[in-house]
Design a protein around this ligand. Structure first.
Ligand code: MOS
Length: 755
């Protein structure tokens, strides 16, 4: 794809925009990459939590006597003997965040199945597990409420969420009720998405080391800076006495954004016993105590003119919520700005259930939300006999009608046009079951998507070293998406050295504080931090250049110099060769020059100048064999408008991953809670079905590549989540096109199609 590199980069050989293999790839495939549970220490102990087997009630007795005398057991910790663990609170600078507010063991009430009620610590994992199994708990048990039908609780008009207080009437303009009543064409449908559970390959794990002063945590975390702050509060320590190290993560999907109780338990055990403690969760625990995407029930009402122009839109959604926590599943995040419609209302409610805390899961809010609204648009297109692409183009807004702001960069029509063309959409015949190939019935469907774009605050250091290498450091994480590589690309391009000369360092709270790996915002957030750090390092180098006796640049003024391709040139000496930075440093007996850089947050800006989002669309083909009720997603084409793509290789990979996960959302994934005891009953990789290779079709990804310089100098927005938005609506519409069956509760089951 065509690129212009002159702006904001410092080299003709800039790696920005070039397909760049991950710089940490070799470490990963050779086993050299160390994950949270790969850190070993002398006298390491192993902790295994005891999980509640009820979802509602009270602990009346914990009998640990037998477990305590078992081989290798060091302690059975519970409320009475674990020591104080306090609550963390959110601070102004977006630290102190927990989705599960109650510290482990705070009271003897059980509010969800699997809640930790005790902790066995022993010299081996096997001994700890055996002891945990031997702890006997008695409960006063009550019937849990895990009802899947969601009615909004009787909450006040404004409710607290994990981050802030929100009005339940989220957005409103015009008069929805009147416009809907008078609309010639109407749609009124309810869409349901189930609870989904994050299933990253790497289990949550903590290795905690307490040396009497400092708590060091090796943790699989998407947010080390926040985790440090939470643990400091929980254990009453100064922040600088907590260190979090997260060098590699086997993915997280949002489940590792904010700390969970196992982490505090491992730390408390290390404090209590004065030994390093490792706690690795089981796959079953992954379904209980580390969040999930809440179940949602969303009523969408559309009023339209016969030509498809939207006249009224209401999105009224309810999601379920754990008893004590306030995770907000923002299904309406996109709704108010996505289409042009004069009369709109977006509102929400919550329904309390005896389940673990909800959490962000890839594309939180917008993904279930856009499933509902885009499915509704497809149904409207069908009933009006309008092409669904045309319906979207007809309702394309000129600005963000929810707040009157211009979009910083919105090219959704171009996405739709390119997608239509590349997919061959004009060959679609709209009649149900009318398209065939090789004896299979084809279904074609499409949907649009969007995801928020903004920056978190971030800081970084860049060092130029006298061996010609560059070090770039930022206290962020790489969840597997390619942040090491992005850091290296950014430093390489600013300094003008090959990638191989750059050392990228992250995943340690001793580094300058970096952003969470969340909200698809890490990349966009670190650009200004790294670039300004590089500028500061270069400024320091120029001072070295003019101040070094015998330097070819001695006696010049800084403003007479220019830095390019890793060299300092004199502006006045056109023919002169530049001097490599390492030569200047060596000549001056300077080992390194360093620069610190900072990027301001735009996320949560109370007075934004632009509405900043990414956009895209999916075109999907399914094949259907009614004789054997066999449904397959056979082809997906996705077009994404996410600003400039810094690394098209990793970028395409992110969109493909989103699409693959979207196939799971549409056809497979759902967590089922047993109405008898509240247990997530399909809590294993055998019973919780995710998309595997055999389910993944050829996926074609196109990026528009229009830089959005409101976000950063490179114009790069995030791409980690948008690929999952909209895809389920495209698939369910393709299913309808092939089978004639409208499924409005995900996932689509074979039983739904056997009519
Ligand atoms: Mo993403 S759900 O912000 O990790």
């Amino acid at each position: 794809m065509p690129q212009t590199q002159e702006d904001a980069t410092n080299s003709v050989s800039s790696p920005i925009g070039k397909p760049t293999p991950r710089v940490d790839g070799a470490l990963k495939v050779t086993g050299g990459a160390k994950y949270a549970s790969d850190f070993h220490f002398a006298e390491l102990l192993y902790a295994v939590p005891v999980e509640a087997t009820i979802a509602n009630g009270r602990i009346t007795k914990i009998d640990a006597a037998a477990a305590e005398t078992m081989p290798g057991v060091r302690a059975i910790l519970q409320r009475e003997n674990i020591g104080r663990i306090s609550r963390a609170v959110l601070s102004e600078n977006f630290e102190g965040i927990t989705e599960e507010r109650r510290p482990p063991f705070e009271d003897d009430v059980v509010r969800y199945y699997g809640q930790y009620v005790a902790l066995a610590v022993a010299d081996t994992f096997e001994n700890a597990k055996a002891a945990a199994d031997e702890v006997s708990i008695e409960y006063a048990k009550e019937k849990p409420n895990v009802d899947t039908h969601l009615e909004a609780d009787d909450d006040p008009p404004a409710v607290s969420t994990t981050f802030n207080v929100r009005k339940r009437l989220q957005s409103e303009r015009g008069d929805f009720d009147e416009a809907f009543r008078d609309a010639p064409e109407k749609l009124d449908e309810t869409y349901v998405t189930p609870a989904e559970t994050h299933n990253p390959l790497e289990l949550h794990a903590t290795t905690a080391v307490w040396d009497g002063t400092t708590l060091t945590l090796y943790e699989s975390s998407q947010g080390i800076v926040n985790l440090r702050s939470v643990l400091a509060q929980m254990f009453g320590l100064p922040k600088e006495n907590v260190r979090v190290i997260t060098k590699f993560i086997g993915s997280g999907f949002g489940g590792k954004l904010f700390p969970w109780p196992h982490c505090a338990l491992a730390a408390a055990a290390a404090r209590k016993l004065g030994k390093p403690v490792k706690l690795v969760m089981s796959r079953k625990m992954m379904f209980q105590t580390v969040g999930h995407r809440p179940r949602t029930q969303q009523r969408v009402r559309l009023g339209a003119a016969p030509d498809g122009k939207l006249l009224a839109l209401e999105h009224d959604y309810v999601y379920d919520q754990s008893m004590l926590d306030t995770h907000h599943e923002d299904c309406g995040e996109v709704t108010a700005f996505f289409y042009s419609v004069a009369n709109l209302r977006v509102k929400f409610g919550r329904a309390k259930r005896h389940i673990g805390a909800g959490a962000d899961m890839r594309g939180p809010g917008a993904v279930p939300g856009m499933y509902a609204t885009e499915a509704a648009m497809n149904e409207l297109a069908h009933s009006l006999k309008i092409d669904p692409v045309k319906l979207r183009l007809l309702n394309e807004p000129k600005l963000d009608e929810s707040n009157g702001l211009p979009f910083s960069s919105r090219h959704l029509p171009e996405c739709l046009e390119l997608g239509t063309d590349k997919f061959g959409w004009s060959k679609r015949t709209p009649e149900i079951g009318s398209m065939k190939r090789d004896g299979l019935t084809l279904g074609w469907g499409m949907a649009s998507c969007a995801w928020i774009s903004a920056r978190f605050g971030a800081e970084a250091d860049v060092e130029l070293r006298d061996d010609g290498t560059v070090r770039v450091a930022c206290g962020t994480q790489d969840i597997g998406t390619g942040t090491y590589t992005i850091l290296a690309q950014l430093a390489a391009t600013k300094i003008g050295v090959p990638l191989g000369k750059v050392e990228a360092v992250l995943g340690d709270t001793r580094l300058p504080p970096g952003p969470i790996s969340g909200g698809s915002m890490a990349t966009g957030s670190i650009v200004p931090a790294v670039f300004s750090a590089a500028d500061a390092a270069i400024a320091s180098l120029l001072n070295v250049a003019i101040g070094t006796p015998g330097s070819p640049l001695e006696k010049l003024q800084v403003d007479q110099l220019v830095f390019k391709d890793g060299k300092v040139f004199s502006k006045t000496d056109d023919a002169g060769a530049g001097v490599p930075f390492q030569d200047l440093l060596k000549r001056a007996n300077v080992r390194l020059v360093t620069g610190h850089g900072k990027g301001q947050a735009t996320f949560g800006d109370p007075k934004p100048k632009f509405s900043t989002h990414s956009f895209g669309c999916h075109f999907v083909e399914v094949t259907w064999q009614p004789e054997i009720a066999r449904l397959r997603v056979s082809r997906v084409l996705t077009v994404i408008d996410a600003g400039r793509i810094i690394n098209p290789l990793a970028g395409r990979n992110q969109i493909e991953g989103g699409v693959v996960m979207g196939i799971g959302m549409a056809l497979f994934e759902h967590t089922t809670y047993d109405p008898q005891n509240g247990a997530p009953i399909n809590a294993s990789m055998a019973d919780y079905i995710v998309t595997v290779n055999a389910d993944a079709p050829p996926i074609e990804v196109h990026f528009l590549n229009h830089p959005d310089t409101e976000i950063n100098e490179l114009g790069a927005r995030g791409i980690g989540e948008i690929g999952l938005a909209g895809i389920a609506a495209a698939i369910t519409d393709a299913v309808h096109h092939a089978t004639g069956v409208r499924v409005r509760e995900l996932p689509v089951r074979i039983e739904d199609l056997m009519t």
